[in-house]
Design a protein around this ligand. Structure first.
Ligand code: 4NP
Length: 161
């Protein structure tokens, strides 16, 4: 691994459900593998709806049942994040498109990927928005993100050597 940490940013709409969960799960795996010095995670939302809010209570409960603690306060994705992070993971295609709209000349296009591109067990192409649904949706998000985070960690380890 290189000495400069590899910086990951997880992005959804509100930054209170899916992206803080991705961040929490990824941090859990990073700790398990002793890679805290090598990989750093953050999360953001494309909207301004929930700026300053903690992760959603229903999402936090579903994560905690799997031993994952969700932390942080929602913030909005900003153009400077393209420069700051090495890899930016969009939870769905709308988040992906909304970010790329801020990258008018396509300079950072290569840094932005869909989170589900890293799934190895699930066939989903997007992490579904659980906000207006029931408990099962939150449980599914955790399960899907576990799959994606495992694949993502493997990919980063291969790429960084
Ligand atoms: P997230 O979920 O994008 O996974 O944080 C949502 C949170 C809030 C809203 C939509 C999705 N909302 O419409 O307020």
């Amino acid at each position: 691994m290189t000495s400069t940490p590899y910086k990951l940013l997880f992005v959804c709409l509100g930054n209170i459900c899916r992206s803080p969960s991705a961040e929490g799960i990824m941090n859990h795996l990073i700790k398990q593998h002793g890679l805290e010095e090598q990989i750093i995670c953050d999360s953001a939302g494309t909207s301004s709806y929930h700026i300053g809010s903690p992760p959603d209570r229903r999402m936090t409960a579903a994560a905690l049942r799997q031993g994952i603690r969700l932390e942080g306060q929602a913030r909005q994705f900003q153009r400077a994040d393209f420069e700051e992070f090495d890899l930016i993971l969009a939870m769905d295609k709308e988040n992906y498109e909304n970010m790329l709209r801020l990258d008018r000349d396509g300079q950072y296009h290569h840094k932005v990927k869909l989170m589900c591109d890293f799934c190895t067990e699930h066939k989903d192409r997007e992490v579904p928005d659980p906000y207006y649904g029931g408990e099962a949706g939150f449980v599914y998000v955790i399960d899907l993100l576990h799959d994606a985070c495992r694949g993502l960690l493997k990919d980063i380890q291969t790429r960084l050597g």
